[in-house]
Write a new protein. Sequence first.
Length: 288
Amino acid sequence: MSPQPVERIAVLGAGTMGHGIAQVAAMSGYETTLFDIDSASLDQGLERVRANLDKGVDRGKVEAVLRDESLGRLSGTDVLADAVGDADLIIEAAPEKLSIKQRIFSEVSDLAPNGAILASNTSSLSVSVIAASAVDPSRVVGMHFFNPVHILKLLEVVRAKQTADDVLATVQRVGEQMNRVIVNVNDVPGFASSRLGIVLGLEAIRMVEQGVAPAEDIDKAMVHGYKHPMGPLRLTDLVGLDVRLAIAEYLHRELEAEQFCPPALLRKMVAEGKLGKKSGEGFYRWDD
């Protein structure tokens, strides 16, 4: 079935993933609205988009005219109805908790135009279960972006059991316009990327726990030996140790596989508030 036209995109959540998705959407020519219920978080998200674009201009990777045009296409609001009222595509980037996402999809279904596509940026939760909270589950799909969104090109498109063919075709076209590398997967716990990535990350944490090597050297082994752009422990810091813990617990429970059992060190660090970059300390110190 043919894709439907998309001109306006709403991104729900101005945090680590949300502001990055909004930036890429605006840079790709879409009229983009960034929403967050917390006005301070919204302002911070919009400022991070501007800072990313300014840095891109300074480094010669973004044309100044593209920066200005992108910022002109981007707006923010803390009123959900204003964000989704005329959106063709709504991308949820809320915290990785099923109850939160279900509530959002239920609320958005009542506010969005008929025919609007509702996408979740979940990295591991069941899109089919999330879709069941929407008025029309056939309009729901997974769009799993990767952090940092403006640098990493991968987009995992997750087809829920209810997803309509035209919805899948539409988000694939949007992904192409966003210059993404698209991976299509069915809705299984962890999809493809998180299921593989979390195993590597958890094993790296166990190696630190067992004193095999310092975090920096474990990361160097993967960067220089396997050409990973970033080591698994540095990536864990960027994603957030609390997020990694929640995903590991979910996959351990859903797949009943011991490789997803969270290491004691991960639980200890989260309990101590060492969450990675967002708290200033994880496996690395993030003073800047």
